[in-house]
Design a protein around this ligand. Structure first.
Ligand SMILES: [Zn+2]
Length: 184
């Protein structure tokens, strides 16, 4: 099914931004908001009057400042990290909700730990307080998730998954500057 195919969306700088579905990608190209970089084989999308070549990779014609945008989405990022961790405290495994789980800095901020996806995990309030300003090792609170699962969290996990079946995407997936995540 052509409609269920995903299209890799690149910024004007060729930085990977994420994926969109085929109808959205075709609309972006049709409006000249984006241009096709790589076609999806010989797939086409037919309407009554038109035939569109289905893209595999498209690139925005004008640069979008994603960092600034993402800053406004801090709440969404929190939600996505909690979802990445499947709503479970990554220390004790207790299941929580968007309302009672917290984000823990795995390497504490006071020790130079950065506020980015791979240094953040879901933690229940009890574990977050118990861990305090210590590393997981010092607190003897090993993480349930492997570090690589955290490193490739969020969109990257999805993109890497797609990259297995879409070899033409691979050259573009490693340009993505790690998104800054701002969590109050
Ligand atoms: Zn816990």
């Amino acid at each position: 099914m052509v409609f269920s195919r995903r299209v890799l969306l690149l910024n004007a700088s060729y930085e990977a931004l994420g994926t969109v579905d085929v109808p959205r990608a075709v609309r972006l190209v049709y409006k000249r908001t984006a241009e096709t970089i790589v076609r999806d084989g010989t797939r086409v999308l037919r309407s009554q009057h038109f035939t569109f070549e289905v893209p595999s990779i498209i690139r925005l014609v004008e640069y979008v400042d994603v960092r600034r945008r993402r800053r406004g989405q801090a709440g969404k990022q929190r939600q996505r990290i909690l979802m990445r961790d499947r709503m479970r405290c990554q220390y004790c495994g207790v299941r929580g909700t968007l309302f009672d789980l917290t984000l823990d800095h795995i390497m504490p901020r006071s020790r130079g730990g950065r506020t980015e996806a791979e240094n953040l995990c879901a933690a229940c309030i009890v574990c977050n307080q118990r861990k305090g300003d210590r590393t997981p090792d010092e607190a003897r609170m090993p993480l349930l998730a492997s570090p690589s699962a955290l490193r490739y969290g969020l969109d990257r996990a999805v993109l890497h998954h797609f990259a297995l079946t879409r070899p033409e995407w691979r050259p573009y997936l490693f340009l993505d500057a790690d998104a800054e995540i701002n969590v109050a």
